[in-house]
Design a protein. Structure first.
Length: 125
């Protein structure tokens, strides 16, 4: 076991279930496919899906709370810049969910997808 995994287990006391790890892996694969697409609706859908995967992963670690509540608990889980990426991506998801007429560019959506990807990869390894 490498040092980072050991430290995560000592700090968290829990780890992702096998089912959740598979869900994260599938979501990360989907990121690669959708990221290069020009289909804005597919990107919006993926961002909502990624936030759900984030919620499931954090739920494994911290219990069944809101994504925001569990993100607050995850501040020591990863590097500060990686942690901020999760918040930034979650905010884009909230815009999509609560402001459906908001104008988000293809670039904005790609940035959010990439931020989810970085955070999910960090917590699943």
């Amino acid at each position: 076991m490498d040092l980072i995994k050991l430290l995560k287990e000592l700090i968290l006391g829990k780890k992702l279930s096998t089912k959740t790890r598979l869900m994260v892996k599938n979501a990360l694969n989907k990121c690669t496919q959708v990221y290069t697409s020009d289909d804005i609706n597919a990107k919006k859908s993926l961002i909502i899906e990624l936030d759900g995967v984030l919620g499931k992963a954090l739920g494994d670690l911290y219990g069944k709370n809101s994504v925001a509540e569990n993100l607050k608990k995850a501040s020591l889980l990863v590097h500060k810049s990686t942690y901020q990426k999760a918040w930034d991506a979650h905010k884009v998801r909230n815009i999509l969910a609560h402001e459906p007429d908001a104008a988000l560019s293809n670039k904005d959506l790609n940035i959010a997808i990439d931020k989810f990807r970085v955070f999910l990869k960090a917590i699943s390894t």
